[in-house]
Design a binder for this molecule. Structure first.
Ligand SMILES: *Cc1c(COP(=O)(O)O)cnc(C)c1O
Ligand SMILES: [Zn+2]
Length: 417
């Protein structure tokens, strides 16, 4: 943690030392999420855009001076980060903005952006000498922790709601995790995981609790900026469940601004499903997320289903401080975005990964983005994670396969239709 100054409570700003052994601010309990603060002067002495450009390491660890790990920490062998940012002119044309780029996080080793956080968790757990790591998850954080733990031969215990898509559960079991399917919501799984971790002393990776997860996730934001030559886009669209990814994207922008690597902040837009719109409600109503009661979330986009977004303070700050907005999209709009994104960019995303495109459509209709805007969509997870939703999406889009007998005549007849 060479360059870490300390850990600052997001509620009162109390700062704890860099080697603080807890996860949250003791004064505020689980709501007292900590933010890692850095010594940017020290960082800028050793870390420059030029040094970065010359670095052959294209994983997330290329940003090591901006991460809460020591210079010689051993990182897991799986290739995390370095995902492509695709130019998608067809999508830009469809919504009427100057440019659209799609960052394909489905290309991570376990097929979602969560690998960036879980890789960080595995390094931090090793630092603390913990044998077992644990997380609650709607599926992807779990798969990420499982896969990355498997790559270093370490044990983990996973708590997921019993309703998680089968592909995600299969992935956990294949990696050899101990899996608890909890009869309840993600919130229930989270609470049980917290109790078990306290009881058994397991290293806790939980989102919106462990302060280092956002730091891992921010590397996606740093990559976006680096790929764009440190010329910040005008707007970034991020789907939001617990709010840790959007907080991480914001952190990346703040880091880059503090180092003088970008000269303006992109507007950050948070996209939520109408069935899981805690932050949209709070944004529209000007409600305080510290006191706003949980909602009852229900959406096809399982990765962004959250009754009470755990990282909601950072998530709200990401939007407010950058002049963005929280946008509500329906499940139908999310499903429709899956084939549109796939056809317009070649990126096949799960519902939560396609939701940013649905948010862009809404933003364009409301005039929040226009012809001069350069826009980035963060496609957070692969479409193969949730094939059932993809099948629904293509059916709703009116696309069906042809049924043909195995001869050319039959094919010709079918092609005529
Ligand atoms: C976790 C996840 C999200 C939402 O991230 P939060 O930090 O919970 O807001 C979005 N998309 C995918 C694919 C995810 O796995
Ligand atoms: Zn506090």
């Amino acid at each position: 943690m060479n360059n870490v100054v300390g850990l600052t409570c997001v509620i009162f700003g109390t700062t704890y030392p860099a080697d603080f052994a807890g996860y949250v601010c003791p004064d505020h309990g689980n709501e007292g999420i900590l933010d890692v603060t850095y010594d940017y002067d020290a960082i800028s002495e050793v870390f420059t855009k030029e040094a970065l450009a010359a670095d052959p390491d294209h994983t997330m660890w290329r940003y090591r001076p901006l991460l809460p790990i020591s210079g010689n920490a051993v990182v897991p062998p799986l290739t995390v980060g370095g995902t492509p940012l695709y130019d998608a002119p067809a999508l830009a044309g469809a919504v009427g903005v100057a440019r659209v780029w799609v960052k394909d996080e489905g290309r991570e080793p376990t097929a979602s952006l969560k690998d960036r956080a879980s890789a960080m968790a595995v390094v931090k757990a090793q630092e603390r000498g913990a044998d077992v790591r644990t997380t609650a998850s709607t599926g992807n954080a779990a798969a990420a922790l499982s896969g990355i733990s498997a790559s270093v031969g370490q044990r983990n215990v996973i708590f997921v709601p019993a309703s998680a898509p089968e592909a995600k559960i299969a992935q956990l079991l294949a990696y050899g995790s101990t899996v608890a399917l909890v009869n309840g919501t993600y919130g229930d799984a989270f609470e049980l995981c917290m109790e078990a971790s306290a009881e058994y002393g397991w290293y806790n990776r939980n989102t919106g609790y462990n302060p280092f997860m956002t730091e891992g996730k921010k590397t996606a934001g740093l990559e976006i900026l680096e790929d764009l030559g440190w010329e910040a886009p005008n707007a970034i669209f991020v789907s939001v469940g617990d709010g840790s990814i959007i907080g991480g994207v914001h952190k990346a922008m703040k880091d880059a601004a503090a180092l003088g690597w970008i000269d303006r902040m992109p507007r950050i837009y948070g996209v939520q499903s109408a069935g899981s719109d805690y932050l949209v409600q709070a944004f529209e109503g000007g409600e305080d997320v510290l006191t706003k009661a949980p909602i009852s979330a229900d959406t096809i986009a399982d990765s962004i289903s959250a009754d009470l977004p755990r990282d909601r303070i950072k998530a709200m700050a990401a939007v407010i401080e950058t002049g963005g907005e929280y946008l509500r999209v329906s499940d139908d709009e999310i499903l429709a975005a899956i084939p549109t994104l796939a056809r317009g960019s070649g990126v096949f995303a799960e519902p939560a990964g396609a939701a940013p495109y649905a948010g862009l459509v809404v933003a364009a209709a409301r005039g929040l983005v226009g012809p001069s805007d350069r826009v980035v969509l963060l496609a957070t997870g692969s479409g193969l994670k949730d094939v059932a939703s993809a099948m629904k999406a293509v059916a709703a889009a009116g696309t069906e396969p042809m049924r043909v007998d195995p001869n050319l005549e039959a094919l010709k007849a079918a092609l005529k239709h």
